[in-house]
Unconditional design. Structure first.
Ligand SMILES: *Cc1c(COP(=O)(O)O)cnc(C)c1O
Length: 228
């Protein structure tokens, strides 16, 4: 009980310190608690400490938690690879999707989003290091995909997300985040209204904050090491 709450306070202090060092406004970076593989009890502990936004990457596991959490007033973000046959569950249960990487998925989410639920907020995932085993659109194909996604009804394109290759050095970590920010800025110059950069995890959130992250996705530093 105490540990998750303590971690939560520590992360808050670290985020505030990183914002200050990066010259960012206090509170300009939102914490997404990545609760994948964690039991509902941990989620509820963190919710009791004041955390509202949670990230999941497996649809079935997430839907179970979302339904059990009931009216706890939490905001759920889908951050994993999304298959066509799972889009309906995601469109019906989540508020955000960070991992749109092809138009087919975006069209399905748009069609399947229940009208009463309001717009689904989405980010496009970019494969910043062109890794064969990672999802995400290439930088080259990003402008076309972003333009198409932005036109769909019932989903709202909010920005970009990335999951870079692991780097140890701070200055090295900044590079892919900088490229993502520059790609976002280019799209904004072309008229898209994008206010979100979902980037930075336990190992590299400080570098991401220096490059303009608006949402950091933190699992391990909050909940401890995963068993997987
Ligand atoms: C697991 C995961 C995270 C959290 O990673 P940690 O290193 O545990 O903070 C963030 N984003 C995505 C997409 C993930 O799958």
């Amino acid at each position: 009980m105490i540990r998750v709450t303590e971690n939560f306070r520590k992360i808050h202090d670290l985020l505030a310190a990183a914002e200050a060092r990066a010259g960012r406004a206090p509170g300009s970076v939102r914490l997404l608690a990545v609760s994948k593989t964690r039991p509902l009890e941990r989620v509820l502990e963190l919710a009791a400490a004041g955390q509202r936004e949670f990230g999941e990457n497996v649809v079935q596991e997430a839907v179970g938690k979302i339904e059990s959490a009931g009216d706890a007033d939490l905001v759920w973000h889908f951050i994993g690879h999304l298959q066509s046959n799972k889009t309906r569950d995601v469109a019906e249960h989540f508020s955000w999707v960070h991992s749109v990487d092809r138009i087919k998925i975006a069209r399905r989410l748009s069609r399947q989003r229940p009208r009463l639920a309001g717009d689904l907020d989405v980010c496009i995932q970019v494969n910043v290091d062109a890794e064969a085993d990672k999802s995400g659109v290439s930088f080259d194909n990003l402008p076309e995909l972003a333009t198409e996604v932005a036109e769909l009804p019932r989903i709202r394109l909010r920005g970009l997300m990335c999951l870079p290759a692991v780097r140890e050095e701070f200055d090295e970590q900044r590079l892919p985040f900088r490229r993502l920010r520059e790609a976002r800025d280019t799209l904004v110059d072309r008229g898209l209204e994008l206010d979100t950069l979902s980037m930075g995890m336990t190992n590299d959130f400080e570098a991401a904050i220096h490059e303009g992250a608006t949402i950091v996705r933190i699992g391990t530093a909050l909940f401890g090491e995963r068993d997987d």
